[in-house]
Write a protein that binds this ligand. Structure first.
Ligand code: NAD
Length: 487
């Protein structure tokens, strides 16, 4: 019996459509595989338009009760879910390693991060706030309150199957919204486990409804066209986000978009190279490079480029590639064969423009999944496709820079603006450059930028809105004021 069997028996993914507190089968089901060896992990209920509509009806039916539940009670359910995710971390890790393929260390870090959203928003749920004011001309009092925006449609990607769900669920529930959730078809199992944890924590029926599907356009379009859905929160590619924004414009639906990235990683002439290489290993290779915040293009001052590339190359050559389910693996597979073809095309383009391969990690012969060898590319042309587009794979292109204004032009060239990383011993310089970088999040002398207490989100085509922090709660609230005759 595999480690997953008891977890899957409890999850019962073939009845993985959750509507109004009932776990249901669909008229079809689909396979979820392990990208490390293409074996089938489970069959999952495949939702369609009928279930999408039923999920909205259930969310509508539960809305008034949840909105009127005291903030303290809502907070306690979120806190219990945080405790359950911490207690059952091993199970979440096993699910993520199997269906996403990432390493155990990366999966454990994700589960910790994912659970923290429940703790953070359990704490925020009770700080409802508001304002009271006197009109300047007198005779009127104004009371400003925040109310839940209404039924929210949450759509999540496969690369962080736990955290992308909790980063939306926790603030939505804290704000008093009921939701319909559609996880990615590649990784629905972890989302089902999160829903089970909420259920066990005492969440009332219908507050969270989950519809896994292989036809995202059908399910999500049904939600976007439903007059009762007042909010869409999407994490995924910019192309699908743009499509959903068009749909949202039809009924003026409140939209939050966490879209693609193309993060620059800047190394200044005075940087601590050891620290910069440590940071690059995290920023580039976490989750096999399949993070929206992944360092996508590494700009190193030309006085340090040779040393930096050699140091990074040595670390990458030593990476242990293997299935996420093997605790010794540091880098797992990509999510699909398409992802492997995509990165190969980007590497070929860079090489054809003069880049050189500085390092390639070894892939053991016995692996049959969607593996791509972690690679460092040196002397990459600034206009190479791998620099201009999101790589989403363990390939690190190093570009050299010399002049500060040229650096900023290169950094701010792409239309993406999610995260950026800057390494320098001169903190003032790093902050001044950071303020001029088009990115919603800038990490100075560290390779990790995400934190539930900080507002996560991007500029330009990387998205609209923020997740986490107070800002994350506001995404699920409408502002209303009462104007009172005080004469
Ligand atoms: P994707 O856009 O293909 O899929 C994301 C979600 O959208 C999935 O649930 C998918 O089923 C659904 N979807 C696909 N087509 C749809 C349609 N026509 N209508 C409605 N829903 C549809 O993205 P992906 O490949 O799963 O994820 C990778 C992308 O996500 C990368 O670009 C990455 O940068 C981005 N991402 C961004 C963030 C962030 O916070 N900004 C976080 C993680 C991932």
């Amino acid at each position: 019996m595999s480690k997953l069997d008891p977890i899957l028996t409890r999850l019962d993914p073939e009845a993985g459509i959750l509507i109004g507190g009932q776990w249901r089968r669909g008229s079809r089901s689909f396979d979820v595989d392990n990208p490390a060896d293409k074996t089938i992990l489970a069959r999952v209920a495949d939702g369609d338009k009928t279930q999408a509509l039923a999920a909205v009806s259930a969310a509508v039916a539960a809305a008034a009760g949840w909105r009127d539940t005291s903030p303290r009670s809502r907070s306690e359910i979120l806190y219990r879910t945080f405790e359950a995710m911490r207690r059952d971390a091993d199970e979440f890790v096993a699910l993520i390693c199997a269906e996403n393929g990432k390493s155990e260390a990366d999966a454990r870090a994700e589960v910790g991060y994912a659970a923290e959203f429940f703790r953070w928003f359990a704490e925020e749920a009770v700080r409802t706030g508001g304002q009271y004011g006197e009109a300047p001309a007198g005779g009127v009092r104004t009371v400003v309150t925040h109310r839940p925006v209404g039924v929210a449609a949450l759509i999540t990607p496969w690369n962080f199957p736990a955290a992308m769900a909790t980063r939306k669920l926790a603030p939505a529930l804290a704000a008093g919204c009921t939701v319909v959730l559609k996880p990615a078809a590649e990784t629905p199992l972890t989302a089902l486990a999160v829903a089970r944890a909420l259920e066990a924590a005492g969440l009332p029926d219908g507050v969270v409804n989950v519809v896994p599907t292989t036809d995202p356009a059908e399910v999500v379009t049904t939600w976007m066209e439903s007059p009762q859905v007042r909010k869409v929160s999407f994490t995924g590619s910019t192309g699908v986000g743009r499509h959903l924004l068009r749909q949202a414009s039809e009924r003026i639906v409140n939209a939050s978009m966490e879209l693609g990235g193309n993060a620059p990683f800047v190394v200044a002439a005075d940087a601590d190279l050891e620290a910069a290489v440590d940071g690059a290993m995290i920023a580039k290779f976490r989750g096999g490079g399949q993070a929206c915040t992944a360092a996508n293009r590494i700009y190193v001052h030309d006085s340090r480029a040779f040393d930096f590339t050699a140091m990074l190359a040595a670390r990458v050559r030593a990476l242990r590639v293997g299935p996420g389910t093997d605790a010794r693996s540091e880098i797992g597979p990509l999510i699909s064969s398409r992802a492997v073809e995509n990165v190969q095309g980007l590497v070929d383009d860079a090489l054809s423009r003069g880049a050189r391969i500085a390092a390639v990690a070894e892939i053991p012969d016995n692996l049959s999944g969607y593996f791509y060898a972690p690679t460092v590319l040196g002397d990459v042309a600034p206009d190479a496709a791998a620099v201009q587009n999101e790589i989403f794979a363990p390939v690190a292109p190093v570009v050299t820079w010399n002049d500060e204004s040229e650096l900023l032009d290169m950094v701010n060239g792409p239309e993406m603006g999610l995260a950026a990383y800057i390494y320098s011993r001169d903190l003032k310089w790093a902050m001044q450059i950071g303020e001029r970088v088009d990115a919603g999040m800038v990490a100075l002398n560290r390779g990790l930028v995400s934190d539930p207490s900080a507002p996560f989100g991007g500029l330009k085509q990387s998205g609209l809105g923020r997740e986490g922090a107070r800002e994350g709660l506001a995404e699920y609230q409408e502002t209303q004021y009462l104007s009172i005759d005080w004469s």
